[in-house]
Design a protein around this ligand. Structure first.
Ligand code: 6PG
Length: 253
């Protein structure tokens, strides 16, 4: 059962980024002295903007040495490929902040996908606290695709969300590109999941995800339901424009 679900709608992406940065800073500061704050980064255009904001405004404010950085999914390409989520996160954030390289755990897209999914599972098990025998992230960031995918769990492979594995090899439905993705087993075991979604092209799918009567089109993103954690949706005005009035009451001025 989600502990707390909240929707926050921001007039600009800058205000969304500022709110997220302050939230992240507070959570890291609250981390006990001898512990790390574990974050799974997402790919995507909105997360990229947030990472740049953190790099520009919080590189000296956040205690990055108290974080361990992981990835929610990765394209099966080398780390210097323009498609690589690691390359995007490194260029927009990681290379600019004071964090030890050994605290960055990228998914090695250049490896054999099946072997890499297994390797990454072991990385998660040995670096995260186990809750109910499942590794628990302090924070998982997620984006949302126009088709309702999240991480790299696509509607035509939605059952992958229920995998007994922590990581699976997915295939992008259009490009057929292989990807490594976290599954619902670890996503729904997180302390906190934050969706970062902006742009009018996500308004329709988001309204369907929030439509309680829309039991037909189950989307991977609508299966995100941290059993003992919090779920937060950080949206801009464009993305939220088709939400019902009740949801919109969360508008942050
Ligand atoms: C990825 C992400 C993916 C992304 C959504 C939204 O590897 O691309 O994990 O889930 O967050 O596709 O991407 P945009 O914000 O670019 O639309």
């Amino acid at each position: 059962m989600i502990k707390e679900q909240s929707i926050k709608i921001f007039p600009t992406i800058d205000k969304l980024a500022g709110s997220f940065a302050a939230f992240l800073n507070q959570k890291i500061d609250e981390t006990p002295e001898d512990e790390f704050f574990s974050i799974a980064l997402s790919g995507g255009s909105t997360p990229k903007i947030i990472y740049k904001y953190l790099s520009d405004n919080f590189k000296d404010k956040i205690n990055w040495e108290k974080t361990k950085i992981f990835f929610g999914d990765e394209r099966c390409v080398p780390p210097d490929d323009e498609d690589s989520n690691y390359r995007m996160a490194n260029e927009s954030l990681l290379k600019n902040i004071p964090i030890s390289k050994e605290n960055i755990f990228r998914i090695k897209g250049e490896n054999d996908p099946v072997k890499e999914a297994k390797r990454y599972e072991e990385i998660l098990k040995s670096n995260l606290t186990l809750i109910n025998k499942i590794p628990q992230f302090d924070l998982i960031l997620l984006g949302l695709g126009e088709d309702g995918h999240t991480a790299s769990i696509f509607p035509n492979q939605i059952n992958m969300f229920y995998s007994t594995r922590l990581c699976e090899v997915a295939i992008h439905p259009q490009t057929k590109q292989k990807r490594i993705t976290l599954t619902g087993k670890i996503i729904n075991n997180a302390k906190q999941v934050v969706f970062l979604i902006t742009g009018k092209n996500k308004a329709e799918v988001l309204s369907k995800i929030f439509d309680v009567n829309n039991y037909k089109n189950k989307f991977p993103a609508s299966l995100v339901n941290p059993e003992n954690g919090n779920l937060t949706w950080l949206l801009d005005m464009e993305t939220s424009k088709m939400l019902d009035a009740k949801s919109k009451t969360k508008l942050i001025k």
